[in-house]
Design a protein. Sequence first.
Length: 432
Amino acid sequence: MNDTRCVLAYSGGLDTSAIVPWLIDQGYEVHAVLVDVGQDEAMEALRDKALRFGAESAVIRDAKAAMFDAVVPFAIGLAATYEGNYRLGTALARPFIAAEQVRRAQELGGATLVHGATGKGNDQIRFEYAYKSLAPGYPILAPWKVWPFRGRADLIGYLQSKGVRDDFAVTKEFSFDENLWHLSVEGGPLENPAGALDIDAVLKHVSDRFAGGVRKDKAPRMVRIGFDRGVPIEIDGAATPLPAMIEQLNRTFRAAPWAWDLVIENRFTGIKSRGVYINPAAKLLHLAIDALARCVLNKSSYDYWTRLGQEYGTLIYRGEYFTDQRRALEAAGRSLMLLLTGEVLLDLRNVPYAAQIQAPRGLFRESLATFQHSQFDHSDADGFIRLTWLSSVGRPVSEAAHEDALEPTGGVTSDLCATESVPGGGLVPATV
């Protein structure tokens, strides 16, 4: 392996741009890799920038197909989230960016793998887990962990000292990350949950990121999504490849009042962060697939399906893509997704909801759920209650013991002040 070659995951931002000349100062020959995961960027211009900053080579690789063949179907089919309302984003793309880095390093006969993530966040873990899994013998370098710079002003000053000029601002209110699945906004006023936040001002900063989007007052009021084995294949009756469907939904509903989530998340490193995540496609598809799953899966299967989505989302968030655990979760998820075929009509006029569900394998039976006359024998429920009580509870509890369990065990445990009288034993006073 050539110890002087390195392959850098290059985004074109300030950090990775400053890394190029810094690596050269350390004696490296820099080979930049720009990976297209659907970000709204002029990739050719970014490649030219990498070369202008001193990279020996800069190549563009398209990872959208790999990403949307491998991980996005499960992100949708399992309604995968992290901590409930984080619908993933950067986490879905990082394994595929790292894989293209490794592929480029192998083409060069081996190289040091370099990323621009800091020591605070999740991306360093996602990149380095992937490097260690795909190329365990290759050295890893994370400049933010070793160089002397501490912020944007330092990096801009360093670039200026090298004679490099660009339009980087010394202060940057927000930080963005984008791929075909999502757009995240972090930094600035988002960093203080106790401070005043003008969410409209935040959204205005990214209003141009989904160029060509439909005006809010012109967006459709209904959308019908067709699924085949857990994967969306049709929108309003038209067969649509998954990447094109995600792009269409994101652009169409980018300005919808429900299109974003304001999330406080627990990073893998233990640091809490807050961000705005704009992902209307993910929100709509998660809503639709959950409605379909509720209609099709029995209770035990649905409960397991929801747990799989939580586990899969957490695993992807933590950067554990190239693992046996991921393959096992996908195998289990696939077995349930096989049942999730049908159409869901979403009403978007206020808060989106599933207005109609058509599922050939649905278990919902109007003849059982109806409040009207049916053949259901209500007396059958007596035996059900006796047997389920026997298995889940199994013993009677005396009134006194039950009351003792509800009484305070010492001290004031309710919202009563210490000076207020607390009723004596018994839930109901003997006299009024």
